[in-house]
Design a protein around this ligand. Structure first.
Ligand SMILES: C[S@@+](CC[C@H](N)C(=O)[O-])C[C@H]1O[C@@H](n2cnc3c(N)ncnc32)[C@H](O)[C@@H]1O
Length: 196
């Protein structure tokens, strides 16, 4: 099996408000109100010194992590070379931001981190391997760190083996455009703690 370490994708749309690839919404600014509420909740529970963010996208969460959490080190892993260029520009304006080009699963990342914000997008059609994903994330958060990932909708949270999920808050959000074109009106702030 070959391991993809970077991509240079051609997006259907790539603006400061939307990233669309092969008809799928990778990221849109419609998530901004949700992310504002999310990081405001997270900041009431954790004050991480070292943060790893997986997936830069439009840089919305990156800006909010800077604003609400003020980490000393904010590492950001991004697989796509074009988006990585935007990340490098962001880092120029935000001391402490350390860009990393590559696939988070194989990149050399200075783990463990106090907080990992996990928001990639799967550009492949490979089946999910939740066990492997969770194992790698466990390594990145170590024993004392915590994982955070977006949760859309009002349904049950995602099960990640080796983590205990705590829902901090559930709330309505202004319409969010989902990857498949549907809309979502509820979201949650959650943290996943490593289990011993
Ligand atoms: C949903 S967007 C992230 C949105 C971001 N949180 C924001 O606020 O704009 C997903 C990002 O993850 C990146 N990505 C996808 N797979 C990745 C991987 N394996 N490693 C690193 N980055 C990845 C994509 O290129 C894209 O920039």
């Amino acid at each position: 099996m070959s391991i993809i370490t970077t991509t240079s994708l051609t997006f259907d749309v790539k603006t400061s408000d939307r990233l669309i690839w092969q008809g799928q919404v990778v990221m849109s600014r419609s998530e901004a109100p949700y992310f504002r509420e999310l990081f405001s909740c997270v900041a009431q529970v954790v004050r991480p010194t070292r943060v790893l963010e997986i997936g830069f996208g439009l840089g919305i969460s990156a800006g909010l992590i800077q604003q609400h959490l003020r980490p000393i080190e904010h590492h950001i892993a991004e697989i796509d070379t074009g988006i990585y260029g935007d990340l490098v520009q962001f880092a120029v304006q935000h001391p402490g931001v350390q860009p990393c080009l590559g696939d988070w699963r194989t990149a050399a990342l200075a783990a463990p981190f106090d907080l990992v914000f996990y928001d990639p997008f799967d550009f492949t059609d490979a089946p999910d391997d939740v066990g492997m994903e969770a194992q790698l994330l466990r390594r990145l958060v170590g024993i004392d760190g915590v994982l955070c990932h977006p949760h859309f909708g009002d349904g049950p949270t995602r099960e990640l083996p080796g983590f205990r999920t705590v829902v901090l808050s559930r709330f309505p959000v202004p319409h969010i455009e989902m990857a498949d074109g549907t809309q979502c009106e509820h979201a949650a702030a959650l943290l996943c703690y490593p289990q011993s």
